[in-house]
Unconditional design. Structure first.
Length: 329
């Protein structure tokens, strides 16, 4: 052990023992019976609820740039994992973290733990265990959430005629990729670039909207790989197609200012936004429209019985779309 390093067990308790501990609507009657420190964590399964589980692995240089600050990595890794719970309409409860680290640099660990804790408190999710190993920087997070029995939103329920909706502007995180080197230079960035960087480094999983939608939406997914690629998953699972309307695709002021020519293509095909894409029977729209959580939602098209994706262009012409998005292999 070098002077500035910490041994494995004090590392775990110092940086990971309390992440998200005081947070949550469940703080009083938490489903977490036992957290970090034993051979297993223990969770109580509440009656009338089902457990939603999801795991995500993030590899340095693949899912985030090598240069990312420890703080942003801590925040972002949890935000993107929790987004899967938002897509199901689940309430976050707890997560485990398998962390592979090249070294145990206390400055890095402090920043990572701070970002992770900020996200854990914001999303009301507690770190209940994990694994720590040495190797190239890689993170796996398994998130656990709860949903009332039978209420989780799946990809498979979309019906022809349903409205296709998204929870906010698209393409911002993709537009940020050209500016990631400005991550920590607050002075040299314009407000538009700052906004785009924030969308990339601190995605905001749509948890409250997801819970609202589970009574109404016929299908939902979070957009991690791009609108078309992710909607295609709904289309396949539901055996439907989709017709999008170009003028209705929501674009932020920032993306229009910074990347005007490629804004639409980023909105359709770039990933990392972690907005929700969901399908809604038209008659539900009236019940949702007044809700503040629905303010940022845009209706962008309609589910079709015919397979495949099409786009009505601004000039009224119709174009057949090839699903393109982030390909993992
Ligand atoms: P075991 O050998 O029994 O698997 P470990 O020595 O790997 O236990 O871990 C000891 C305790 O610390 C366990 O409760 C485990 O869940 C927790 N832990 C290990 N690494 C992490 C981490 N990165 N984040 C949170 N908890 C962790
Ligand atoms: Mg053990």
């Amino acid at each position: 052990m070098t002077r500035n390093s910490v041994d494995e067990f004090s590392l775990i308790s110092r940086y990971f023992g309390d992440v998200g501990r005081v947070s949550g609507v469940f703080a009083e009657n938490s489903p977490v019976i036992l957290g970090v420190g034993d051979d297993c964590a223990i969770l109580r399964s509440p009656p009338d609820q089902e457990i939603c589980l999801s795991i995500d692995t993030l590899v340095s240089g693949v899912h985030f740039p090598h240069s990312i600050s420890a703080y942003h990595l801590g925040y972002r890794c949890l935000a993107v994992s929790v987004s899967d719970l938002a897509a199901m309409g689940a309430q976050p409860v707890a997560f485990t973290l398998a962390l592979t680290l090249p070294d145990n640099d206390p400055v890095w660990l402090e920043g990572f733990s701070r970002g992770l804790s900020e996200a854990a408190n914001q999303f009301a999710i507690r770190l209940i265990g994990g694994d720590t190993t040495r190797g190239p920087l890689t993170l796996s997070l398994q998130v656990h959430g709860l949903v009332p029995t039978g209420m989780a939103m799946r990809r498979s329920g979309a019906r022809p005629g349903d409205l296709i909706c998204v929870s906010g502007p698209l393409g911002d995180a993709g537009a940020a990729l050209d500016f990631l080197h400005l991550e920590n230079s607050t002075e040299s960035t314009t407000p538009a670039i700052h906004y785009l960087l924030d969308r990339y480094f601190k995605p905001q999983p749509r948890l409250a909207l997801g819970r609202l939608l589970r009574e109404f939406a016929s299908a939902a997914i979070d957009i991690s790989d791009g609108l078309l690629a992710d909607f295609q998953h709904i289309a396949e699972a539901s055996q439907v197609g989709g017709v999008f309307n170009e003028v209705l695709i929501p674009l932020s002021t920032a993306i229009k200012a910074v990347a005007a020519e490629k804004a639409l293509s980023l909105a359709l095909s770039a990933g990392d936004d972690y907005e929700l894409c969901f399908c809604l029977p038209e008659e539900s729209l009236g019940q949702l429209e007044g809700d503040p959580l629905f303010d940022s939602v845009a209706v962008i098209g309609r589910v079709s019985a015919e397979a495949g994706l099409r786009m009505i262009r601004t000039d009224g012409s119709e174009q057949v779309l090839a699903p393109v998005g982030y390909q993992h292999f």
